[in-house]
Design a protein around this ligand. Structure first.
Ligand code: GUN
Length: 233
């Protein structure tokens, strides 16, 4: 679903895209060889390795092989480091999409209590950094956080990316809070849903993003933005 949506967005933007699919038993060398070839290509400006990779593949090694100038996901150590110091070419797509939603909704992050639930390299950690760059007071929570509800209830802006269906319930949210749901989960009936129990939380939140149709399309829009930027580097 992710890959198809990315391909459709490329078509919409008139960006040429190529998809390489492999058998799940693929050897690491084959992936590295392809990345080397794409790194050297004059006609390819962006490279994206859709995660997760099969267990036998060293994900770090594969990501590290991507040229930092073509790293449109901003996953390589060089680009992650640049995000830390606030001097970057590419922003990671999902956290950048979240920031764009906040900005376009007229919400000022400055001085606000921002709570990020989840500490992944793809979302939680870079999200916290972007909120910090916007002068938020940032807390990162995760599966080992004690009294999670007490922390989430302090949030003026709550970003949830833990991958647990409908995990955040109304009693965990402050009245009027901005709630941004990065989750892509399945409920008991197999229906797509987020990490936030939308039906109960919408009565408490001042603003809330739905799943699907919230952060997901923003992630893809940011990927297009990074790709166009990469072409100009
Ligand atoms: N898997 C889940 N989210 C993402 C993403 O944003 N980029 C890539 N490459 N893989 C993912």
């Amino acid at each position: 679903m992710y890959v198809n949506n990315k391909k459709k967005a490329c078509e919409y933007c008139n960006i040429h895209s190529e998809e390489y699919t492999f058998d799940e038993n693929v050897k690491e060398e084959a992936l590295l060889e392809l990345i080397d070839c794409l790194n050297a290509s004059k006609s390819i400006h962006g490279i994206l390795v859709q995660l997760p990779l099969p267990k036998h593949i060293d994900e770090k090694k594969i990501i590290n092989a991507i040229s930092e100038k073509k790293d449109v996901d901003a996953f390589t150590p060089a680009n992650v480091g640049k995000i830390m110091i606030g001097d970057y070419d590419f922003l990671p797509c999902t956290p950048a999409g979240v920031m764009e939603l906040i900005k376009e909704s007229g919400i000022d992050v400055k001085g606000k209590e921002c709570v990020v639930v989840g500490r992944s390299n793809i979302v939680g950690k870079p999200q916290a950094m972007l909120l910090l760059h916007s002068h938020g007071t940032v807390t990162i929570c995760h599966s080992k956080t004690e009294n999670l509800k007490e922390v989430t209830k302090r949030a003026d802006i709550l970003v949830v990316a833990i991958g647990k269906a409908k995990f955040i319930t109304a009693d965990m949210v402050k009245k009027g809070a901005v709630v941004i749901d990065v989750g892509m989960d399945r409920d008991e009936e197999g229906k797509l849903c987020g990490d936030v129990d939308f039906e109960s939380v919408k009565g408490v939140a001042g603003a809330i993003t739905p799943v699907p149709g919230g952060v997901g399309p923003m992630t893809i829009a940011m990927l297009m933005k990074n790709t166009i930027k990469a072409a100009a580097l």
